[in-house]
Structures are given as structure tokens and as C-alpha cells.
Ligand binder design. Structure first.
Ligand SMILES: Cc1cc2nc3c(=O)[nH]c(=O)nc-3n(C[C@H](O)[C@H](O)[C@H](O)COP(=O)(O)OP(=O)(O)OC[C@H]3O[C@@H](n4cnc5c(N)ncnc54)[C@H](O)[C@@H]3O)c2cc1C
Length: 393
């Protein structure tokens, strides 16, 4: 088995690296209140550089990049802690390319490819997350329109976005997967209210929130904005979820914190007895374990890309990469906090915080990783049933 990248891929990686280095301002989203604006501005430069839709077919303004090139781009972006795209380029565009009408493609693909619009995802509801198909937000036909009533939650970025792609129930009598329709909806449509949900790591910065609850009261959406057929929206959404790629960014997200810890452990005596952290056997072992796990996560991610590039459909393999990568980040954060001792839990705003409080922030940020995009329990269910052939519980 040859794990090496080809010369062409290695050159491609260095081109990507240079682009990110020259265009992404390091620490641009250190201030949480600025992070969505920074991401939006960077999306424009990604579009200008042809990176935003690099894997779309060329006919639709894409770059026709290979799975490996997209994976390399995502990996390098995560290593630099830079965004690599958004809901428009990663979800809405690819879904429209497969299920959209010609008119929808003409209206929506160019602004996405040019980085001019920001999209958010309106799937989850207060009572429907893992069991998404139980969603209750209703869309009722009224002439050439549908009227939407209901509530979405955890709508990341809604306060900054222009459009939402949203799942609604259009047939309450049908079995739950067969009564759902998928719409594109402009967020300034009358009847939409977006309320922020603050998180622990927002640190009282009310503009820094990323989460929202989104309410829909008699919101009119033209029927022409439905993607795919009425009541077949679940299957369109399934296509969208298939675009979740190798998950390599989760592994890459642990690398920079790991190196910060390693260097700190070699240099700093934070235990007050004339010994460096690296003299402490449990800390040494934790660092070694993290290094090994990063390599395991890397190859779980590469396996997904290899399957896609070989025309195989990854299934439980994606769940393994997702689960292991997100849990790796949580373990890295926990190990960091523990190695830094009692001060490790101090926030960035505290002048006594070691490593500028980044591990406290990392710890809080990574809590949600095993919930977003399918919880660890759901991933384990997939691995158990589809991967190991065990019966459903
Ligand atoms: C950072 C982040 C960003 C998000 N962004 C968005 C967004 O932009 N748009 C959007 O629509 N949603 C978004 N979500 C919501 C996300 O998709 C849901 O939180 C997720 O699907 C879990 O749903 P839930 O929160 O309702 O938890 P639930 O489904 O209620 O789960 C609660 C607990 O029960 C467990 N559980 C549930 N079912 C099973 C089962 N069958 N077997 C074993 N255990 C089970 C879960 O693992 C979990 O521990 C985001 C979430 C996070 C954390």
C-alpha cells in the first residue's frame, strides 16, 4: 500500500498553502463577534481564487477538482484554522446541480460560485435533531406559493446569512420520511424572526454568537423555490448529507493545539517543583497518545477520500472518521487542560491564563463537535448496524 501523495498532489498542496497564507488573516476570527464577517469576506477571496467551488463540474462554474484535491484543500484550511467554504458551495450548490430546475440553477449557482451570498441550514427543530424526519415545521400550499409556519433551532450563521435551505412538512398524513419538502427561502421574507442563542464560550460577547433559533410565522415562499418534488424533500436532503466529505478537518483541527502543547510541555515549568511538564510521565504519555491518534484519524479520513476517488460509496467509513476525529479533538482539549494544571481552565480574557487561554476556549468549543453533523451515538449506531451487521436496537 502506497500512502504517499503524487508529485502533482504535493505541488497542489503547496499552491493551496501559499494561497491560504496570503489571503487568510491569521487569528481573523479570534474575536468571536467578527468570525462570521471574516468568514464571509474570506469566501469572496476563495471565490476569486477559484477555490470555493473547485469540485463543482466546470459547466456550473466549478473547477472540476478531484476528491483528493478537495481533501488537500480542506486539510490545509483546517491546519490554518481557516474556513474552506460554506453551506452554499458545499450543500446547496451540489444539491441544485443534481435536483434543481434550470431556472433554479441559473438563479442560484452563479452567486454562490462568486461568493456573493451566504446560506444557512434550517433542518433541526426543538423536537427533531437525530430523528430529523420527525420535523414539524409546516408548509401549506396557497396558489403559487407555500406558507411556512414553525420553528428551527441551532441555525448556525442565520444572523449573517441571506438565504436558508429548509426542510418542511407538506403532508402530515404520510409516513414521516415521505411528507417532507425542501425549499430555498430568502431570510428577509416577512414573518421570519431570528433570535440568538448564546453559548458558554461566547464570553458575554452578544455579537459573538453563532447559533440561532429561527421562527416562521405565515412566511410566503414561491413554489418555484422548492428543490425536487413535493413530499420527496427527504431524499433531496439525503443527497445534501452525502456531500459531507472525508471529515479530515476534524483531525487537522487537533494538530495545531497538539504542537502548542508539545512545545509548552518542553519549555514550561507550571507545576512549581522545578520540573517541566514534559518531565511528568502521565503528560508525556498523553502527548504520545495524542500523536498516535492524530495519525489514526488522518488515515480514517484519507480512507473516505480514497473510496470516493475509487467510485465506492463511503458509509460507516465516514461515521468512523467523523466520530474518531471529533472525539480526538475533545480528548486533546481535555489533556491540554489537565497538563496546564489549575490555570488551564482560565479564559483568554484572564491575564494569568497559560497559552493565552486557548485551551480553555478549545475545550469549550470542542464540546459541540460530537453533537454537530450527527452525534457520536448516532455514528456508533451506523457503524454497528451498517458496518458490523448488528441488529437495530
Ligand atoms: C455546532 C453545531 C452546529 C449546528 N448547526 C446546525 C445548523 O446550522 N442547522 C441545523 O439545522 N442544525 C444544526 N445543528 C443541530 C444538530 O444537527 C443537532 O444538534 C444534532 O443532529 C442532534 O440533535 P439534537 O440536538 O436534537 O439531539 P437529540 O437528537 O435530541 O439527541 C439527544 C441525545 O440522545 C442521543 N440519541 C438520540 N437518538 C439516539 C439513538 N437512536 N440512539 C442512541 N442515542 C440517541 C443523542 O446522541 C444525544 O446524546 C448544529 C449543532 C451543533 C452542535
Amino acid at each position: 500500500m502506497d500512502f504517499n501523495f503524487t508529485t502533482k498532489q504535493t505541488e497542489f498542496r503547496s499552491t493551496v498553502h501559499d494561497f491560504i497564507e496570503n489571503n487568510w488573516v491569521k487569528g481573523a476570527w479570534a474575536a468571536r463577534s467578527e468570525r462570521w464577517k471574516a468568514a464571509r469576506a474570506y469566501e469572496s477571496s476563495l471565490a476569486d481564487g477559484g477555490w470555493l467551488t473547485m469540485s463543482w463540474p466546470e459547466d456550473y462554474g466549478g473547477g472540476g477538482a478531484t476528491y483528493w484535491e478537495q481533501m488537500i484543500f480542506n486539510e490545509e484550511s483546517a491546519l490554518a484554522n481557516a474556513p474552506s467554504g460554506g453551506q452554499g458551495a458545499d450543500r446547496v450548490g451540489p444539491v441544485l446541480i443534481i435536483h434543481g430546475t434550470d431556472a433554479q440553477k441559473q438563479e442560484h449557482l452563479p452567486p454562490i460560485a462568486q461568493g456573493e451570498v451566504m446560506w444557512c441550514q434550517g433542518y433541526s427543530e426543538p423536537g427533531s435533531g437525530s430523528d430529523l424526519a420527525s420535523l414539524q415545521t409546516r408548509a401549506t400550499r396557497d396558489g403559487d406559493d407555500f406558507i411556512i409556519n414553525g420553528q428551527k433551532i441551532w441555525t448556525s450563521g442565520a444572523m449573517e446569512a441571506d438565504w436558508v435551505h429548509i426542510l418542511t412538512r407538506t403532508d402530515a398524513e404520510a409516513p414521516k420520511h415521505r411528507g417532507i419538502s425542501y425549499f430555498m427561502l430568502k431570510l428577509d421574507t416577512p414573518g421570519i424572526t431570528i433570535r440568538p442563542i448564546s453559548q458558554l464560550h461566547d464570553e458575554g460577547d452578544s455579537d459573538g454568537h453563532g447559533f440561532n433559533e429561527t421562527f416562521f410565522e405565515d412566511v410566503r415562499v414561491p413554489a418555484k423555490n422548492m428543490i425536487g418534488e413535493e413530499n420527496r424533500g427527504w431524499y433531496v436532503a439525503a443527497t445534501a448529507l452525502d456531500f459531507e466529505r472525508s471529515g479530515i478537518h476534524r483531525m487537522a483541527g487537533a494538530i495545531s493545539p497538539y504542537y502548542r502543547l508539545l512545545e509548552n510541555a518542553k519549555e514550561v515549568n507550571s507545576r512549581g517543583r522545578g520540573r517541566k511538564i514534559s518531565d511528568h510521565a502521565p503528560s508525556r504519555q498523553a502527548l504520545a497518545e495524542t500523536r498516535i491518534e492524530i495519525e489514526v484519524a488522518r488515515y480514517l479520513g484519507y480512507r473516505v477520500t480514497w473510496m470516493q476517488a475509487s467510485n465506492l460509496v463511503p458509509n460507516q467509513e465516514s461515521s468512523m472518521s467523523k466520530m474518531f476525529g471529533s472525539e480526538l479533538q475533545q480528548r486533546t482539549a481535555r489533556r491540554g487542560i489537565s497538563m496546564l494544571g489549575l490555570y488551564g481552565g482560565l479564559r483568554p480574557s484572564d491575564s494569568h491564563a497559560p497559552l493565552s487561554g486557548e485551551f480553555c476556549q478549545y475545550y469549550m468549543t470542542t464540546v459541540s463537535l460530537t453533537i454537530a453533523a450527527g452525534t457520536s451515538e448516532i455514528q456508533r449506531n451506523i457503524i454497528a448496524t451498517r458496518g458490523l451487521g448488528l441488529p437495530r436496537g
